[in-house]
Ligand binder design. Structure first.
Ligand code: PEP
Length: 246
């Protein structure tokens, strides 16, 4: 039985007072039956680490450099994230693929850099609406995941995968549980074939998860929790979603 995982992706939101309020509500709502983490803007990692250090809640970042160190102005290395106690880092979020031109190869290199420093990459894959309508969903997500599997080789079983259909992110439009489950099953089969450990790996769903749809999504056989954007910024909503993951 895979333990569920719920991860909040704060994106470029937050402020010291707002973060303190949100984290304190989360701490007060424990315990959860699922593992829970928040991926916060990098400048808030140290404070988040200090706030959550004595709890079982985990934290992470939203991006990482593929490089170990060097003259890469503005970048943050996996070693630095590890020093901040990060358990996770999101790689290949569709916003980074779309707005920062991240390729499948770069996403894979970032995932590799993270794992090398003991930070678990949450690798996002997902199709656009046009790709779905063209019947390309399976080919797109398999291609995205395959780049990571190829780069990581035998370590590929250590990642967390997040299926995030681009058309469902921040749009209020959620994949139906059946649509999400169908893609999760494809991804799990691909992971199983490549690593032999696919059955033990976590595959999260992300895309307009809310308190009222979380339980049905999480009840699907291959959905092991969620990557939550907008709703992770509202304490009551995020807590309700965490509770839906039992
Ligand atoms: C996300 O950004 O990863 C996400 C799933 O966003 P939202 O929940 O707002 O759709």
């Amino acid at each position: 039985m895979r333990r569920k995982l719920v991860v909040g992706n704060w994106k470029m939101h937050g402020s010291r007072p707002a973060n303190a309020e949100l984290l304190s509500a989360l701490i007060g709502a424990r315990p959860f039956a699922a593992d829970v983490a928040v991926c916060v803007p990098a400048v808030f990692l140290t404070e988040t680490a200090a706030t959550l250090a004595s709890t079982e809640l985990r934290w992470g970042a939203q991006d990482v450099s593929p490089h170990e160190q060097g003259a890469y102005t503005g970048e943050i290395s996996a070693g630095m994230l590890a020093e901040c106690g990060c358990r996770y880092v999101i790689t290949g979020h569709s916003e980074r693929r779309a707005f920062h031109g991240e390729s499948d190869l770069l996403v894979a290199q970032k995932a590799k850099a993270a794992l090398a420093r003991g930070v678990t990459p949450i690798v996002c894959v997902g199709e656009t609406l046009a790709q779905r309508e063209a019947g390309e969903t399976e080919a797109v997500v398999k291609r995205q995941l395959s780049a990571v599997i190829h780069q990581l080789a035998h370590c590929a079983s250590e990642i967390v995968v997040a299926y995030e259909p681009v058309w469902a992110i921040g749009t209020g439009r959620t994949a139906t549980p059946e649509q999400a489950q169908a893609v999760h099953a494809i991804l799990r089969a691909q992971l199983q074939a490549a690593t032999g450990r696919g059955e033990a790996m976590k595959i999260l769903y992300g895309g307009s998860v809310k308190p009222d749809n979380a339980a049905t999504l999480f009840a699907q056989a291959d959905i092991d929790g969620g990557l939550i954007g907008g709703a992770s910024l509202k304490a009551a909503d995020f807590i309700a979603i965490c509770r839906a993951a039992a």
